[in-house]
Design a protein around this ligand. Structure first.
Ligand SMILES: Nc1ncnc2c1ncn2[C@@H]1O[C@H](COP(=O)(O)OP(=O)(O)OP(=O)(O)O)[C@@H](O)[C@H]1O
Length: 614
């Protein structure tokens, strides 16, 4: 083996690179115009740093077969063209070492939008060749140059005769490929320029083949506009929201973070959205639209607003279509979250009616938020609606009427016991919905003196009245049969008096008890090692309770049935009905029981003589 090594330079296959950009980096060919506009804006910024009074115009000429973008920016010398324009990955907008990180980049980034040195390549997504004609403002003696770059990586450069380009600045010209032609048509160029450039600080004009020209309105950002009154401001912002997002906001929240040069507004959605549906925010970078789908700008919990912001120090990813996740973005996200929170907490004092409207629409969002935010919890928990035995009420009202607040673990439990608990004077909150149980349990933190406990079946059972010993005795035979019938479901039967009278039976059961029973069933059917493991886990399997209502006329009649077959069917029917009231999914044995009861009752109704109570 020889020690001699030879040195080579990486070759770049530009076609492969462009293919990569167009299919994997950029979401659509339309970004070519954003890159051209952005280079023009940066060039004007650089020129104005040399001469504050220099003209600042960007003109787009769009025709059937060509698009040109002319700016009155800083221009380039021949040497600049070789160094920056013709070197992929190098940018005049970074420091001498060309690095993409560090404080210096942050400082330089505050002037320019570009930084990566690849933006011009986006033009090759729609065209095979780009021509750049440029004259430097920094070196007025330098001749104007024309650079022609092709998608296959070749380029030519020539010096133009004196006077060929009268003013400093740059014109980029491209002839679209056949399949890219739609992107350079005048109407498309106007709409793209409006899309990306509506907040740019420089005048952009689109001229078509017939000399018609369209100025892209430089609308001042709505947050920068002065208004005669708060009402006028509110109206103007609502109009901006309609034009941008197509909805009329419930309210608008001013966003202003001077430290990072961010200004903007958050619009509160007028309808509820699912918390998992992250809203896309519109983010401008120094006026240029970066993304209209950037969810990463705000914390997840703020899904009830959509923002439009313009910032100086946000960092884009290389595709320039999303935000780079760094510490600055994390700090901005937190600060913007703080602004939205302040608005929310401020409302309870400044505009309770609006807070009510907001909560009516977005209570789920507020509940999600309040779980992690103590101050918000303290301020807003009393305002939030919960489903209770007194109807849909705020916790504040509910706690006033019920010093002991009981909360169920599931919606089914609530459905099952609410009417009975309500009739017995107990105050129960449905804790089955997302966040509700956690939040109700935190009520004593802000309302000392009130007690919150989980509702368990024995609490309800304790509030059901025992029946007279005589009535108990009279029903003993029936109760005995009933216990035999429901024993297979690990269930006891008791006779009580409770309201409402219309409820014949109540099945007191809870999730833990059901789990415990399934575990013991599994242990019974398992063998060997599994049986031992499951057996060792087994606690005393809590039994469910079928509570028959002695006040209910049907139960009274059933209790006096003497014929065993009919008594079994009646118990099955009562158990089945109570089971259905729990609204939980039925197991196979339970469905079979219901079937049996139904057929048995039908059979009895059709064939047997009616058994009247004695
Ligand atoms: N209109 C223009 N006027 C003057 N210089 C330009 C112009 N367009 C491009 N350039 C020069 O070419 C270089 C490369 O441009 P390119 O768009 O590829 O990258 P960039 O703008 O530096 O960074 P990014 O990839 O982030 O857009 C720029 O840094 C700039 O020096």
């Amino acid at each position: 083996m020889s020690d001699a090594s030879t040195s080579h330079t990486f070759q770049v296959d530009l076609r492969g690179l462009i293919d990569l950009l167009s299919h994997h980096l950029y979401s659509s060919p339309r970004v070519y115009l954003r890159e051209l506009l952005q280079n023009a804006v940066d060039a004007i910024t650089a020129r104005q740093a040399l001469d504050a009074d220099a003209p600042a115009r960007i003109t787009l000429r769009a025709g059937e077969d060509r698009l040109t973008v002319t700016d009155t920016g800083v221009g380039l010398t021949e040497q600049d063209v070789h160094r920056f324009l013709a070197t992929i990955g190098r940018s005049s907008k970074r420091g001498a070492d060309g690095g993409l990180d560090g404080d210096r980049l942050a400082a330089e980034r505050s002037d320019f939008i570009g930084q990566f040195g690849i933006g011009l390549l986006a033009c090759f997504v729609v065209a095979d060749e780009i021509t750049v004609t440029t004259r430097s403002a920094a070196d007025p003696a330098a001749p104007a140059v024309e650079w022609r770059g092709a998608a296959d990586g070749r380029y030519t450069i020539r010096t133009l005769p004196a006077g060929a380009v009268p003013e400093p600045g740059t014109t980029v010209s491209l002839v679209p490929r056949r399949e890219g032609a739609e992107w350079t048509r005048p109407e498309r160029v106007v709409s793209l320029a409006r899309h990306y450039g509506s907040l740019l600080r420089h005048q952009v004009t689109v001229v078509d083949d017939f000399g018609g020209s369209t100025r892209i309105d430089r609308r001042p950002a709505p947050w920068d506009t002065r208004h005669g009154s708060p009402l006028a401001r509110r109206e103007a912002l609502a109009e901006h929201c309609r034009a941008t997002f197509d909805f009329t906001p419930l309210d608008s929240i001013a966003l202003d973070l001077p430290l990072v040069g961010l200004r903007g507004v958050a619009y509160v959605l007028p309808t509820s959205v699912h918390p998992s549906r992250q809203a896309g925010h519109r983010v401008h970078l120094k006026g240029m639209l970066l993304s209209d789908q950037a969810p990463e700008l705000l914390p997840d919990w703020a899904f009830f607003v959509r923002c439009v912001v313009d910032a100086d120090s946000l960092r884009p990813t290389a595709s320039r279509e999303a935000l780079y996740e760094d510490e600055t973005l994390a700090a901005i996200r937190e600060a913007l979250g703080g602004r939205i929170r302040d608005w929310l907490t401020g409302l309870s004092a400044s505009d309770p009616a609006l807070l009510h409207r907001f909560i009516a629409v977005h209570h789920l969002a507020v509940k999600a938020l309040a779980r992690y935010d103590d101050e918000l919890l303290r301020l807003l928990l009393p305002w939030l609606p919960f489903e209770t035995t007194d109807g849909q009420v705020t916790l504040e009202e509910f706690a006033r009427a019920h010093p002991v607040v009981l909360v169920t673990q599931t919606v089914e439990e609530f459905r099952q016991v609410a009417p009975i608990a309500g009739a017995a004077g107990l105050g129960v909150v449905n804790g089955g919905y997302a966040y509700d149980r956690d939040l109700v349990h935190r009520l004593p933190e802000i309302r000392p003196g009130c007690t919150v406990t989980d509702l368990d079946p024995t609490t309800v059972a304790a509030h059901l009245d025992a029946v007279e010993p005589g009535a108990e005795l009279a029903a003993a035979g029936f109760l005995h049969i009933a216990r035999e019938v429901v024993a297979q479901f690990d269930c006891d039967v008791v006779l009580r008096s409770f309201h409402p009278v219309s409820a014949p039976a109540l099945l007191l059961d809870n999730r833990e008890a059901r789990h415990e029973r399934s575990r013991s069933e599994l242990a019974d059917s398992a063998d060997g090692l599994w049986a031992d493991i499951l057996g060792s886990l087994r606690a005393q399997a809590p039994r469910a309770q079928l509570v028959l209502n002695h006040l209910n006329p049907l139960v009274r009649r059933a209790a006096s049935i003497t014929e065993r077959g009919l008594a079994v069917t009646a118990v099955e029917a009562l158990y089945g009905q109570a089971l259905l009231m729990t609204r939980r999914p039925l197991r196979a044995t339970e469905s079979a029981l219901l079937n049996r009861a139904f057929i048995g009752l039908l059979d009895h109704a059709m064939h047997e003589p009616r058994q009247e109570p004695k």
